[in-house]
Design a protein. Sequence first.
Length: 174
Amino acid sequence: MIRSVFEQRPLDAAVADAGSAVLEFDRARAWLRSALVGAVEPLGAEVWVLDAALEQIVLVGHPWRGLVPPGGRVEPGECPREGAARELLEETGLRPRLVERPAAVAVRSFGPGWPETLSLSYAAIGDPAQPLIAEEGQPAAWMRLDQGWDSCFPDDVLRIRRYVKLLRSGSSAW
């Protein structure tokens, strides 16, 4: 498949970030290799904004997905890291520096009947004292990681806790 530079740049960035992600779920790297022969659209990206004590995370109340980390669709021509930062700003008003190494890569469908696609999760440290400026109809709040939350992605809480455990152990997740 021949792609324009506009299409190839985000895909190259997604491949690089997927390869360096701390955690892999759903055999995402193998899925990506097989998907590269066709269209890999839309890519998804999100940010796991944690407090410095690694006890809380910012979640957004999505109308039908439930509580999810801020994120969404990577726009055409946009790299996943750029899309994650943009979505974070739009949904929470936050602009923390994203950790260099992506937290996780997964494969998921973002809606009923939607195709599976690659989703990259990035991490950042935020300050719970900083006010959250939520998008209309999608409230944002800090939630404790030792509590569960309702989401259409029920494994997310376990995946995020696994990442936090690696951070606490002093691994090279940062």
